[in-house]
Design a protein around this ligand. Sequence first.
Ligand SMILES: NC(=O)c1ccc[n+]([C@@H]2O[C@H](COP(=O)([O-])OP(=O)(O)OC[C@H]3O[C@@H](n4cnc5c(N)ncnc54)[C@H](OP(=O)(O)O)[C@@H]3O)[C@@H](O)[C@H]2O)c1
Length: 340
Amino acid sequence: MKRSSIGVGLFGLGTVGSGVARILLERAETYAERVGTPLVLRRVVVRQLEKPRMVELPAGLLVTDPNAVLEDDSIDIAVEVMGGLEPAYTLIRNALSRGKFVVTANKEVLAQHGPELLALAQDNGVDLLFEASVGGGIPLIAPLKRDLLANEIVGLSAIINGTTNYILTRMTNDGLGLDEALRQAQKLGYAEADPSYDVEGTDAAFKLAIMASLAFRTEIPPQRVYREGITRLAPNDFRYAAELGYAIKLLAISRRDEGRIWARVHPAFIPANELLAKVDGVHNAVQIDGDLTGKVLFQGQGAGSLPTSSTARTTSPWVLRSSLRGALRPTPPSATSTTS
Ligand SMILES: NC(=O)c1ccc[n+]([C@@H]2O[C@H](COP(=O)([O-])OP(=O)(O)OC[C@H]3O[C@@H](n4cnc5c(N)ncnc54)[C@H](OP(=O)(O)O)[C@@H]3O)[C@@H](O)[C@H]2O)c1
């Protein structure tokens, strides 16, 4: 007996959560056709019920109690898009322990606790999917885990933080100082009121730790990533770089070298004719160097509601066909849920 629907519970309805809720509601028919079973959004957990929302939800879906997702047996997939370490980490743990598939966009939780959570998922016969945690709208995790598997990865170089890339682009093209470029980024919604996480390279270090761990099949904690942000760059640096034929980018780099792996985030000179030097504004790009494939470049929108909800993968037919075999198992007769 096949289940008649797959239940989805959402933790968070901010930038990414609104995009996920919107596409699940608007594209319900298309996804039901592609997956073979309807995906039904059953609960959405937020902090404040009264806050204006970017998406209109059916009545009764919005709640503040996370147990409404965790304890609901009709919810097969929990999507964590709250951000921050806690309570996100504990909620992901609880959801996996209860046999729910988890999809998260949370680089901090993944970088700090990825291996432990992946093991917990395996123990419970479910998957933990985190495609959106690194590249926003750019698929990177599946290529590293699956498509490039035949390669030994030699190294990767990435522009993986849109906020800093926007700031550096304005400093290069318009001769702005850091403070003014940051103010412009904040005005356009590209930078938070407290931008330290981005400008000090912490966000990029989390993302690099996740990518390098996958690329080199080892555990690289974010604390082991060398990190230097963009706060010491001045307009003169950009003038000299241009005169010498270079662009300045905040690069996240990891390489395997004589049996050792190093990972670092810092501003770097890149020859102006290289592809990464031409990645401007809020765009992100990741260049992966495989011993068979050579260099491949992934470029696109590293953030934003709809790009990120695309790779949040709740909706991906590939994931739903291959990863959700568990949720599509016949329901045991004792299960009490709205599924049949
Ligand atoms: N924004 C992007 O473009 C992007 C791209 C890639 C990855 N990500 C990752 O995606 C995640 C979400 O980012 P976002 O930009 O969507 O964040 P956001 O706009 O700040 O939204 C966070 C949501 O989580 C809810 N929330 C936070 N703490 C909560 C708590 N303790 N209990 C209940 N609800 C809580 C908030 O509820 P209220 O609305 O009631 O306050 C809000 O709806 C983060 O891990 C981020 O790094 C974001």
